[in-house]
Design a protein around this ligand. Sequence first.
Ligand code: ADP
Length: 381
Amino acid sequence: MEQSSSDSRAGLEETSASTPLLRRKAVAGDESSRLIEARLEAILECLSDAVLSIDNKGAVVAANAAAGALFGCSSEALLGAEAARLLPENALSASERKTEALARRLDGSTFPAALTVKEARGAAHFRVAVIRDLTEERAAEALLCELRSELAYAGRLAAMGELAAALAHEINQPFSAIATYVRTARWLLQRKQKQSEEIEEILDKAGAQAMRAGDIVRRLREFVTRGESVKTVQSLAELVEEAKSLGVAGARQIGARVRVAAQTENDHVLADRVQIQQVIVNLMRNAVEAMDGAPRRELSLSTSAADGFARLDVADTGHGLKDGAAAALFEPFRSTKATGMGIGLSISRSIVEAHGGRIWAEPNPQGGAIFSFTLPLAERL
Ligand code: ADP
């Protein structure tokens, strides 16, 4: 290690008075200060971190080899240099502190550095700065950041793909209901009878379905753009009742009986109304499709509450679950239907889990399947 003035030598001795090195000397009692100095120099030269000693006028009075390498010159070239040219003055000013700063090489180029400054007071007042180049660390961080954002982007794309498919899936229902209502209204008009009340009612229903379709699109768009949903305290029994009126048409078509056993006490959950209704309607539609052609066609929806959760069971008497496939059904694009997309249950799971609940399927002991989900009770939140 270079030393350009007696000041710095005195300074090093001063420092060493409080360092383990000198304590060791006191114990051994066999080393002269020259020897200690030589040993200190050797240690500093071995360090991979740059070490600068700065005198009370702010000039570099000692620099190890790593410092030369870091600042793009020989360690000798640093001697006498103004420390403020190499490191920001504010980073150097505080005594004994760790900081990060933009360091400057002698050629003017800069690099990010981690800096530890220690101030020594005594016969000679000087500072020691230990500097580590953060360039590689920063590059690795930037790469990690980039990878993370790429991953998030890919995840988002996948989510958007899922949502687009879900949108097609969900939107189909209100639109086909609208088409049916409009066709019926037209048919009634063609009969040229005074059916205005009935037609009005049908058109109201078509209007409500159009609003629902709009609601679904809006929610899904919000989900894509903000990743949020609008949650309010809702009665699960009421959600089931409302969803039932949307899902019951399909059941009627196949001559299935729909039974609801909803417990209205202690059933308040914090939920996005449209999303949870989507889940219920989806479970009902799946149940109806599973019962198409089955000898017994009974769909029962029952709610209950236990252990801080409200629960809905959607039981059918359809063809039942394929052996051991209950968990896989919730994976996207798993469909056993000729025209199925296999997306309904995966979206349902995302929705239920985003609400802090759980969704699962099990065989119905009376034949068929039971799809259930739980949502945390509002009181519990
Ligand atoms: P899709 O209805 O488009 O197939 P879903 O995610 O809704 O997609 O369902 C995935 C698969 O789960 C269905 O294809 C079907 O095999 C199975 N499934 C869903 N509900 C039931 C049910 N109630 N009974 C039996 N199998 C069901």
